[in-house]
Design a binder for this molecule. Structure first.
Ligand code: UDP
Length: 327
């Protein structure tokens, strides 16, 4: 079985679905602090917290785990500035608890949900994996620390791992039922949809004076199903062997500005909604776009469903269905 921590969350639940499609047996481990019970379905699940080693012991002693995909963690840049200790406790200490549990039971394959936030504000784009990692938020710092812990676990304990550094995850599974629903929403695409549905009065563009062609931030949006597939391919490669433990970027290699995302959302939703231009959000780099050759070389993976219209159309379908059924 493949243990999927955070398997009831946004990216975790999509990966559970892809694992099953590829013939793996996932086991979800989630404390449901932000994950959704409705996303679990009939997948086996242990309710537990990575900060409690006993909870991990339950999972590792009861199930025949052959690999781990680690999504559980705190993932909001803004919150990490307010509660940095919590981010270190969950993302670093919790992650190390997981490594210890694996070490005790001889489980050697690990895929880590890392982030482009470990790069900080790189001077040049596209951003290759060898770009110096200089995070500018406690969130990015904790993800980098855990990447380093993995490197050491590789040398000392023989752990075989991939750290997958995502750019901007977005979109939803075409089969429905799972998608992006954060208790506190800070992400651009779901916030635009809330404005389109009248759940908020407008969408704010956070900064129009960036050194980019239209003055707004540029991001590399990657469909969550593409991300999920990369995880499955990564685990398959770790199982068959012949792959080196390393970090890989997951993105499209193409950037879209905030204005371009809003325009595409207007086209797809066919809704008019107010757009307000306001000041920058602290800590937002002007441009984050991935260099994607290495994931292609190592895994044979490239984004397949991550054109902006595909991302926005799939996310819109989910958003309408989910929020209209829950209110
Ligand atoms: N953004 C925006 N308005 C919002 C939320 C986000 O203009 O209400 C911008 C933000 O400045 C960033 C981009 O949209 O440039 C993507 O932000 P998001 O929070 O979705 O992801 P992040 O890049 O922070 O991981």
């Amino acid at each position: 079985m493949i243990l999927v921590t955070g398997g009831a969350g946004y990216i975790g639940s999509h990966t559970v679905r892809e694992l099953r499609k590829s013939g793996f047996e996932p086991l979800i481990f989630d404390n449901f602090s932000t994950g959704h019970r409705a996303f679990v379905g009939d997948t086996p699940c242990v309710e537990g917290d990575i900060r409690n080693p006993e909870d991990l012991t339950v999972a590792f002693s009861r199930y025949p785990i052959e690999g781990v995909m680690h999504f559980a963690g705190k993932a909001l840049v803004g919150e990490s500035h307010v509660e940095p200790e919590l981010y270190f406790e969950v993302n670093v200490t919790g992650g190390c608890n997981l490594l210890e549990a694996m070490n005790r039971t001889g489980v050697k394959r690990f895929i880590f949900s890392s982030t482009c936030a470990t790069y900080g504000e790189p001077a040049t784009v596209p951003i290759g994996e060898d770009t110096p990692q200089q995070p500018i938020s406690p969130y990015g710092e904790t993800k980098l620390k855990f990447e380093q812990a993995l490197k050491h676990a590789h040398y000392t304990d023989g752990l075989e791992y991939l750290s997958l550094r995502y750019f901007n995850a977005a979109g939803a599974d075409a089969d429905g039922g799972i998608g992006e629903d954060h208790a506190v929403e800070t992400h651009l695409i779901p916030l635009i949809f809330d404005a389109a549905l009248g759940r908020r009065k407008d969408i704010a563009i956070l900064g129009t004076d960036y050194p980019t062609p239209d003055g707004t931030c540029i991001r590399d949006y990657i469909h969550v199903t593409d991300l999920a597939k990369a995880h499955v391919m990564g685990m398959q490669s770790l199982i068959t062997g012949g792959i080196q433990s390393q970090a890989l970027n997951l993105g499209t290699g193409k950037g879209c500005s905030v204005r371009e995302v809003i325009e595409m959302a207007k086209k797809i939703t066919k809704k008019a909604f107010p757009v307000r231009e306001t000041s920058r959000r602290e800590g937002d780099p002007p441009m984050l776009v991935a260099a994607v050759d290495r994931a292609k070389e190592v895994l044979g993976w490239t984004a397949a469903t991550s054109d902006l219209d595909q991302i926005i159309a799939s996310a819109w379908t989910w958003h309408c269905h989910h929020f209209q059924n829950h209110e």
